[in-house]
Design a protein around this ligand. Sequence first.
Ligand SMILES: [Cu+2]
Length: 500
Amino acid sequence: MTTRRQLLAGMGAGALALALPGAGWTRGAAAGGQALTMPPLLDATGTGAFELTAQAGQVDFLGLGATETWGYSAPYLGPTLRLPASGSVRATVKNSLSDAVTVHWHGLIIPGVSDGGPHQMVAPGATWKPVLDIDQNPAMLWYHSHVHGRTASQVYRGLAGAIHLSDGRDDERGLPSSYGEDDLTLVLQDRRFDRRGRMVYDPSMPDRMMGFHGDFMLVNGQVGPVASVGRGVIRLRLLNGSNARIYSLATSDGRPLHLIGTDSGLLDVPVALNTLVLAPAERADVLLDLTDGRDVTLISGPEINSGGMMGGMMGGMMGRGGGGRSLDDLVVDPGQSFAVLPIRVDGTRSTRIDRLPDSAGGSRPDLSPEGAVRRQLTLDMRMGPAAMFGGGRFSISGKAFSMRRIDQAVRQGALEHWTVSAPMMMHPFHVHGTAFQVIRENGGPVSARNRGWKDTVLINGEAEILAPFPRVADKDNPYMFHCHILEHEDGGMMGQFTVT
Ligand SMILES: [Cu+2]
């Protein structure tokens, strides 16, 4: 008897690889099935310098015709930057586009002046040369444009890429580290296309409220690719680079995802998860045990933040109200899921790691809240006619973002204790200039996936974080805190703060 699971596992890059639940999927536009490629690796650990150029390009994603895209030194997306976890790196950012852009180093704990937020604009034709003075844990970070009001459309067109912060010690840790071989970097995005293969970004009112979702799954800018790996333990470095979609990741045959690292560093020991929830901007470092030699498909359940616009809103208003349901117990039904990435095991290829390590070689944060400065933040949305006719649909603690207003002043070196609540729906909350610890969710214990170092946390009701701020951000170059559903961020769910 063939079960649904076996069917899914065996389907590879079939139709299911493309069809997200929702409208708009055009039959016959299935480009899928080609081999997964990695973004080119740009290794600056030896040279201490690298260059990126924001540029326009054309990509034929579906085999239906080319579409206009943007990228950093590439037609779409940008190279994976390998940077030292400790050291000084000279970056050169050129802008050959006709729009101003920025490059925000998401997760780098560096001074505000080199952070690449909305105040560090790179005008058309201009060059920006920040020095990245890095000293933090090895982790996968990322970079993307961060222009106020235009982040959503610019990132959607392709202005994003991955960063590997490396200390060169993954061999000692027994972790897979051969780029593209047993160590796969996977940028997960969803996109919409029209019937001529043109990428579409035209958010309607519901899209702005719930965040813009696509009908096609892209991994590293490819539609429906298939990964081929050797038999052994492989590493998936997952980045949710989508504007709004929250993935509920699992495997087609139920084998666990072994979480070894979160946004800002490696864990102490691997944590086996049946389902891994990954919100926009979050990263997860995961091991997959393929020593049995069987193919498997990385799958995702449907969006958990909407379930149909009103369902999501009503669910948010009625079901949560400050007391969110834990997502640790979320079960992904393969019959209701879509394929993110089929993974084929090629027994003829050798692998380096053939058993799961006992240790992940990192550490769990263990900060004490004693003496920390307390702040309360509320991620606000206004619904209905008030939202349509008044300004300020999105705000934090009642204030929509303004480039000219500093919302918080933090003392350099201070530990901050922030309580962040999201009464209407879930919002991924990102803070610049820090790696933080989640210490409580809805007054109780922290979800398994949130127990490592983080820079973005999905607020499902309420969460409390402890955040150290070691670097300076003055009033002309403040840090941001914001929702990483990009339509919400652009709509005003963002604030700025100084560290002095
Ligand atoms: Cu949001």
